[in-house]
Every structure is written in C-alpha cells, then in structure tokens.
Ligand binder design. Structure first.
Ligand SMILES: [Zn+2]
Length: 86
C-alpha cells in the first residue's frame, strides 16, 4: 500500500519531479514549521503566526516579536525534529 501523504509532502508537489527528493523534503519540513501556529513566549497560547522573516505575531496577546526566520522554537529542538522526520 502507498505511504500516507503528509501535509508537507503535499506542499512540495508544486515542484513536480524537479530539484530532487531530499532537498524538497527538507524544504517541506521548514515550510510546515513556518506556516504552523507556534506557542507564544509571553502568554503560552499557540497563536503565534509568522508575519515575515523573523517577525512573529501573537493573535491572543497581540505581541509582535523577533525570533528565528522560520520558527519560534529553539534551533536545537527544530534540528532534532527535522532529523527525526528525515
Ligand atoms: Zn501571546
């Protein structure tokens, strides 16, 4: 049976057969991080969305702050998550 398609695998379908499997997969994981709702460091609600590179905004407490370009989490935690999925 075919493997179940994850959300980020669907998103990289826009590239078709181009650019290679591994690099597309990595991009898909980063893009999923960037679009996901993150936990707010101020109010702890999962309402933080990305405004632009490194700029994040919480819809709950209206806080706008800077963090990493594609995620709010610590780099070590993200690296762990990415390597787990690859
Ligand atoms: Zn907040």
């Amino acid at each position: 049976m075919e493997k179940v398609h994850l959300k980020h695998e669907k998103a990289i379908k826009r590239f078709g057969v181009r650019y290679g499997r591994t690099i597309k997969r990595k991009l898909g994981l980063i893009e999923a991080q960037q679009r996901a709702a993150h936990q707010c460091p101020y109010c702890r609600y999962k309402k933080v969305s990305r405004k632009s590179a490194g700029i994040w905004h919480c819809a709950k407490c209206d806080a706008t702050f800077t963090s990493r370009a594609y995620t709010v989490a610590k780099p070590a935690a993200v690296r762990e998550e990415v390597t787990k999925e690859l």
